[in-house]
Design a protein around this ligand. Structure first.
Ligand code: NDP
Ligand code: RET
Length: 301
């Protein structure tokens, strides 16, 4: 079944729109490279104030310089954010809440795939910790600002790889058994379930939420891929997307006016995408929400 979703992901969509974002503020996590950098680049050309949230300030500076030079937009800010450490997430959000008057688009883009087993500073399995829990906490800490800036949007990068895993409520940190591809799948499934729960909670607030599969994209993400998948990657490489193509669905969800009233769905190729049944399981979405709050020690009804 999961291969059907994999194959769908190869059909490439292109999107173009002249929508401007002058006077709007956008935060993009992991925007120093890959899909995030191309998303930042495009939104910068539309006039937005862009906050690049990265763990490596040297890489962030290089991306900032490149985006300013190529877009002509001077309003490109860099801020330190390490999603594998809740202290860093809290410090980042505190700075944003203090300095920024508004936040119109939050793009939870940063991600890590199929790394060897490791844990975040707070003891969470790395892929679940960074890809889901880190962004969950970040969104929680910025939700007040997003609501005050409504209409505003939250975009969460998921993947067709959500079909590779399931939510292991009794071993969420893969302590008993770790399989790097399944753990990545679990984190990306968590991203879609989180979008569904978040959309419900944000109903009538003017904050809308979108899950995105960007396509199979030639970026640094594959750095930890095992040999088997790397061979597959070589075979399918001619059909993969460039980072610019991979950024299109994130850009579409950030700016398309028609999406302003839609919330909670999964997008790919600049339109509604197909996700697995597990990704539409609202009962599991609620259980995951509760568990995420408990793990992070937060109360978010
Ligand atoms: N490429 C693909 O085929 C697909 C990608 N996606 C998703 O798209 C998103 C972007 O991926 P892509 O551009 O391909 O990947 P890249 O590896 O090129 O970029 C990932 C970004 O995330 C950052 N990052 C990783 N860990 C952390 C952390 N602990 N704190 C802060 N930032 C972190 C990286 O920082 P640094 O440079 O410092 O490592 C980098 O900026 C991810 O969420 C990924 O899961 C989904 C489907 C397919
Ligand atoms: C084409 C194809 C495959 C290759 C898939 C690849 C290479 C996926 C990469 C996904 C990424 C990078 C997801 C990120 O979130 C399979 C499943 C082996 C078998 C079915 C046909």
């Amino acid at each position: 079944m999961s291969n059907i979703y994999t194959l769908r992901a190869f059909f490439c969509g292109q999107w173009s729109s002249a929508v401007r974002l002058d006077g709007k503020t956008v935060i993009i996590t992991g925007a120093n490279t890959g899909i995030g950098k191309e998303t930042a680049h495009d939104l910068a050309k539309r006039g937005a104030r862009i906050i690049i949230a990265c763990r490596d300030m040297q890489k962030a500076e290089a991306a900032q310089k490149e985006i300013i030079e190529e877009s002509g937009n001077q309003n490109i800010i860099i801020r330190k954010l390490d999603l594998s450490d809740t202290k860093s997430i809290r410090e980042f959000a505190e700075g944003i809440n203090k300095e920024e008057k508004q936040l119109n688009v939050l793009i939870n883009n940063a991600g890590i795939m199929m790394c060897p087993y490791s844990k975040t500073a707070d003891g969470f399995e790395m892929q679940f910790g960074v890809n889901h829990l880190g962004h969950f906490l970040l969104t929680f800490l910025l939700i007040g600002l997003l609501k005050r800036s409504a209409p505003s949007r939250v975009i969460i990068l998921s993947s067709m790889a959500h079909a590779w895993g399931s939510i292991q409520l009794d071993d969420i940190n893969s302590e008993r058994r770790y399989h790097s591809r399944r753990a990545y799948g679990q984190s990306k499934l968590a991203n879609i379930l989180c979008v569904r729960s978040l959309a419900k909670r944000l109903k009538d607030t003017g904050v809308t939420v979108y899950a995105v599969h960007p396509g199979i994209v030639r970026t640094e993400l594959k750095r930890h891929m095992n040999l088997g998948l790397l061979i597959m990657w070589k075979i399918v490489r001619p059909f993969t997307k460039t980072a610019v193509q991979g950024a299109q669905t994130s850009i579409y969800c950030a700016v398309e006016p028609e999406l302003g009233t839609e919330s909670g769905a999964y997008y790919s190729n600049c339109g509604i995408g197909s996700c697995t049944r597990a990704a539409r399981d609202d009962e599991m979405a609620e259980k995951l929400w509760e568990l995420s709050c408990k793990m992070l020690g937060i109360t978010w009804e």
